[in-house]
Design a binder for this molecule. Structure first.
Ligand SMILES: *Cc1c(COP(=O)(O)O)cnc(C)c1O
Length: 359
């Protein structure tokens, strides 16, 4: 019996994907061994890797003038890899500060370049996103970095910042593939896999090709996008099994009808949960409604002395990992693609029952 899993990451994977992985685990498509036991240069594996990239390109309609890289190191590695590849000595790099993850990117970026915070939601307690008029950004900046979906604060941008000719860099870890995206608006999109792509261990980087090959001279070889783009992300051994599993997730998404279809489900899931929270005086979500994340829904109980009981009883009801991040406290339900609508229905029923008996 699989419980409903609301973990923020590593997060739920589609049951159908895990079943297929189990079926193929010992003898992968007649190879006589597991897919994780063969060389990444074996033509059979190259086909898996190439198909995963192709399916991702189909899902996101990624234009040809973008490279897709499958790297290790997590999204956090991109906090430094981006400045190594895109920063310039004669220019600042502009950052938008909207909470925990963008702040980490800023701190790391500042070690390698002149990182300027040009817009921040700090004053607002990270309950919204700042306005980002084009004038906010330096026309000569090397790039603008932001986090479209702040996984911990549950804040999402309702718009894509307009940065003119300055490449826009987005940490899309917790919202990629949750709906269609106009990739052509971005210079770089990166995302750790363990939220909406697959298991931890692989990171997808989508980078406009004209931004490749500009890394500063002291860039470690494995930090250079050019090396990975030139060798099909196989300059060294890639995380082969996570890559394979990500490919199964992409196939599953295509079977669901692609990103427009999954976005409709995600919209319904989020609406149901926010409606339940807003319709009660017992639960509360502090985020400005137009900036609420569909993927990560933090909420608090009116009486935090009930937090432990809430967590125990929800887990006992088969609703897992609702504890909020320690940075903000309270609860958090993450509603990634692999969390089915029935999970949200069960959560809403539980919330109502808990309020009725304990509120
Ligand atoms: C989870 C997350 C990260 C960190 O990812 P790692 O793979 O642990 O490095 C970074 N940014 C965002 C928005 C995240 O949700």
């Amino acid at each position: 019996m699989r419980a409903f899993n609301f973990c923020a990451g590593p997060a739920a994977l589609p049951t159908a994907v895990l079943e297929r992985a189990r079926e193929e685990l010992l003898d992968w498509r007649g190879a006589g061994c597991s897919v994780m036991e063969i060389s990444h240069r074996n033509p059979l594996y190259m086909e898996v890797a190439g198909k995963a990239e192709q399916d991702l390109r189909t899902l996101l309609s990624i234009p040809e003038h973008y490279a897709v890289l499958f790297l290790s190191g997590g999204a956090t590695t991109q906090f430094s890899m981006v400045p190594f590849n895109l920063a310039r000595q004669d220019a600042p790099a502009d950052y938008i500060d909207t909470g925990h993850w963008s702040a980490k990117a800023i701190r790391e970026g500042a070690r390698y370049t002149r990182a300027r915070v040009v817009a921040s939601a700090r004053e607002d307690g990270y309950r919204s996103v700042p306005e980002c008029p084009r004038e906010a950004f330096d026309e000569g900046a090397a790039y603008v970095h932001y986090c479209p979906n702040e996984t911990i604060h549950g804040v999402a941008f309702p718009f894509i910042p307009e940065t003119g000719d300055v490449p826009l860099v987005a940490d899309y870890s917790s919202a990629i593939l949750s709906g269609p995206l106009d990739v052509s608006r971005f210079g770089v999109i990166y995302a750790g896999a363990q939220k909406n792509i697959g298991p931890a261990g692989i990171t997808v980087v989508i980078v406009r090709r004209d931004l490749i090959g500009r890394a500063r001279p002291d860039t470690p070889a494995l930090y250079d996008y050019a090396l990975h783009a030139g060798q099909g992300s196989m300059a060294n051994t890639p995380p082969t099994y996570p890559w394979y599993l990500a490919g199964l997730v992409f196939e599953w998404l295509l079977e669901q009808g692609g990103l427009p279809a999954i976005e409709a489900v995600n919209a319904r899931k989020a609406e149901k949960l926010y409606a339940c929270i807003d319709g009660s005086d017992f639960y509360r979500n502090p985020v400005r409604p137009d900036c609420r994340s569909r993927m990560n829904v933090p909420f608090t109980l009116a009486d935090d002395r009930l937090d432990n009981a809430f967590l125990e009883e929800s887990a006992a009801s088969g609703l897992l990992f609702l504890k909020g991040h320690r940075a903000v406290g309270g609860m958090r339900a993450s509603l990634y693609n692999a969390v089915p609508e029935e999970a949200v229905d069960a959560l809403v029923a539980f919330l109502q029952e808990f309020e009725r008996t304990r509120g």
